[in-house]
Design a protein around this ligand. Structure first.
Ligand code: ZN
Ligand code: ZN
Length: 466
């Protein structure tokens, strides 16, 4: 029996994850993510395969670069079943609805601009709308926990294992009958670190003959989590003393909950002076509620909190700002507010308003706790811009800027090597989900440390495993 893998995304890039496994007459898609940044135009190209021929879609986790094209897949005729963990389904639902809304808003702005140029046709309509999302999520039909095998056919079984990346994230193991024996094909999705604040860490596995693995941070190691926690707590205390507000640009999923969790820890240890913490993001509020539904996915420390009757994210200083009016009310607070809002790189969303109100104030602070891509407002501030433009207005950067780097949800080089090194019988290693320069460096590290020569997968490449 032939086992074939086709790569239709996240090949020599970190977005658009989409791989097709063909075996025993079944066509199984692993992730169907959106292309972002420079590759964005690819979302508008037709799928390089016929979505009607796909039997199953396996979703590793709820990040948009792994799920963002699911509504398109369904629009183009996918009639199969989607398999994921339960949290992944709930996360996918809110993330896709949010994506549809963001695209609608962007289109509105683009259309007005195009109209003023006299070329309304130049505005590109959204890829899909909310109705398409509702239709698409109907296809999530099979929900599996970790280590709960599921038979796709007489000869193929799949099992999710804990990727430790975000709530419900998994890597997927296909056990495929091959003559008298079995072959195991593994797709990593995105891998996390071995220490996480809320969820369980990345798990290691022995079974894997062919491993398709992400290589996002294959060229470097992260700062330790402990150091970053200390740095973060120090930044909060110093900032509160200076008498202004603290603005924290946060991704709605995982990072927002982690920050609330750390603030809760400070509160419990009587380290946090009285302050007002605003979670100013409907998406982050929705994500926090999903976390609270799945305490079984938490690590022991967080489970212990819950056993003690404590909510890991909500305590007396925390306020949820759901509506735009509630968000605007925060502007009237000039001191002692800790404001968590998105987007994480300050490219849109409510964070821009808070930056506008606080960046120019010497007594305020901005604490960056996530990656800031080149070309974003967040990156400009981190890089030390003296002024920035927000909504057409020039704003001086006088607030104290902190950059804390060790909270990454992605495995670093040593963790990736350790994960790959745990498999006992590898016949083939395939690098996906990484930038080409990083992948080259990681390929060399794998060769040096594990004596394995991994293949860097190209976009559109078809690989016959056996
Ligand atoms: Zn991810
Ligand atoms: Zn990813």
């Amino acid at each position: 029996m032939k086992i074939k893998v086709h790569s239709y995304g996240a090949a020599q890039t970190v977005t658009g994850s989409c791989h097709l496994l063909e075996v025993d007459g079944l066509r199984i898609l692993i992730d169907c993510g959106m292309f972002q940044g420079l590759d964005e135009d690819k979302n508008y190209e037709p799928f390089p395969f016929d979505p009607r021929t796909i039997d199953y879609l396996i979703v590793t986790h709820g990040h948009i670069d792994h799920i963002g094209r699911i509504p398109l897949l369904v629009k183009e005729g996918f009639g199969g079943k989607i398999i994921s963990t339960k949290p992944t389904y709930h996360i996918a639902r809110i993330m896709l609805l949010d994506a549809a809304n963001v695209m609608k808003e962007e289109y509105r702005v683009e259309y007005r601009k195009a109209l003023r140029r006299g070329k309304p046709w130049e505005a590109r309509p959204p890829l899909y709308d909310e109705d398409d999302v509702y239709e698409a999520i109907e296809h999530f039909r099979i929900f599996l926990g970790y280590h709960q095998p599921y038979r796709l056919s007489d000869s193929i079984t799949l099992t999710f294992k804990d990727a430790g990346h975000i709530l419900g994230s998994s890597y997927v193991e296909f056990k495929i009958k091959h003559g008298e024996n079995y072959r195991t094909v593994v797709f990593s999705g995105d891998l996390g670190m071995t220490k996480r604040l809320i969820i369980k860490p990345l798990e290691f596995s022995k079974d894997g003959n062919y491993v398709f693995m992400e290589s996002t941070y294959g060229n470097r190691n992260h700062r330790s989590l402990e150091e970053s926690i200390e740095e973060f707590k120090g930044a909060i205390l110093d900032s509160l003393k200076r008498g202004g507000n603290i603005v924290i640009p946060t991704f709605a999923l995982e990072r927002a909950q982690e920050i609330l969790y750390l603030l809760r820890q400070m509160y419990d240890n009587h380290l946090l002076p009285e302050c007002k913490i605003f979670l100013d993001s409907p998406l982050a509020i929705a994500a926090t509620k999903i976390f609270l539904r799945f305490p079984e996915y938490f690590n022991d420390e967080t489970k212990k909190l819950i056993k003690e009757g404590k909510n890991p994210f909500i305590f007396p200083y925390v306020h949820f700002s759901q509506t735009p009016e509630e968000s605007k009310m925060i502007n009237s607070v000039s001191s002692g507010a800790i404001i968590l809002a998105g987007s994480g790189m300050c490219t849109g969303g409510r964070i821009k308003h808070h930056l506008k109100h606080n960046l120019w104030r010497e007594e305020s602070s901005v604490i960056f706790v996530g990656y800031q891509a080149k070309g974003t407002l967040g990156r400009a501030i981190v890089d030390g811009a003296k002024t920035v433009k927000i909504y057409g207005e020039e704003i001086a950067v006088k607030a104290k800027i902190y950059t804390i780097n060790g909270f990454s949800a992605h495995a670093d080089r040593d963790t990736l090597l350790k994960w790959l090194g745990s498999f006992e019988n590898i016949y083939g290693t395939f690098l996906i989900h990484g930038e080409p320069e990083v992948q080259k460096i990681f390929k060399q590290s794998v060769k040096d440390k594990l004596d394995i020569d991994p293949h860097i997968v190209e976009f559109g490449e078809s690989i016959v495993l056996v």
